[in-house]
Design a protein around this ligand. Sequence first.
Ligand SMILES: Nc1ncnc2c1ncn2[C@@H]1O[C@H](COP(=O)(O)OP(=O)(O)OP(=O)(O)O)[C@@H](O)[C@H]1O
Length: 192
Amino acid sequence: MIFKKVNFSLSSGQSLIIQGPNGAGKSTLLRVLAGLRSIDAGTITWNNDNITEHYTEQTQRIAWLSHQDSLKPALTVKENLQLISQLYQTDIESALKTIKIDHMADIPARMLSAGQKRRTALARILLKPAQLWLLDEPSVGLDQETIELLGHIFKDFTNQGGMIITTTHVPLPLENSKILYLTPSISVARPL
Ligand SMILES: Nc1ncnc2c1ncn2[C@@H]1O[C@H](COP(=O)(O)OP(=O)(O)OP(=O)(O)O)[C@@H](O)[C@H]1O
C-alpha cells in the first residue's frame, strides 16, 4: 500500500495542493485520479459516478501534466502541439502566447531549455478543454516570472469553473487552495 486514509472533495473553481516528502505517493495519487492506476480500497467519484467505471469520461475531463514533458525532440514546439490542437480544435498560437513561448514556435524541442520544455508541456494543458488539471510539480524548471504567470493562468482557469489538483515541493501561486499532506506508508517499492 502506498497511501491510506486519503479523503478530499473538490468543487467547481476549487484547487488542491498535494504535499509530502519524496515517495509519499503524490504522483501515484495523481495517476489514480487520472484513471491510470487502480486502487486497492476506497472509491473516487465524479458527480457520484465511480471514475473506474467511467474511465473514458474521466480521461476526457482531465488534462495531465506529468514529470516528463513528453516532447518529440525532432519536432518543433508547434509540431509537438499539433495533434492535441487538431483533436480539440484549439489555437496553438494563443496557447503559446499565454505561456510566453510563441517566439520559439519553430524551434525543435531538442534545442529547448528545461524551462522552455516545461512551458511547452504547459501549453499542451491549455490546448485541451478540460475541467480538471492534474499537475505534477508544474513549476519545476520555471523562472520566477513564469511561476507568477502560472498564478494568473491558474486563476483564469478556476475563475471559469476549472479545478486544479497539483503536487509541489515549493510554494505555488494558487490562492485559497485546499492542502492534502501525504505521508509515506511503505518503505520498499514493489512493482505496481
Ligand atoms: N511503477 C512503480 N512501481 C513500483 N513502485 C513505484 C512505481 N512508481 C512509484 N513507485 C513507488 O511508490 C511510492 C510513491 O511514489 P510517487 O512517485 O508517487 O511519490 P511522490 O510523492 O510523487 O515522490 P516525489 O516527491 O519524489 O516526486 C515510492 O515509494 C515509489 O518508489
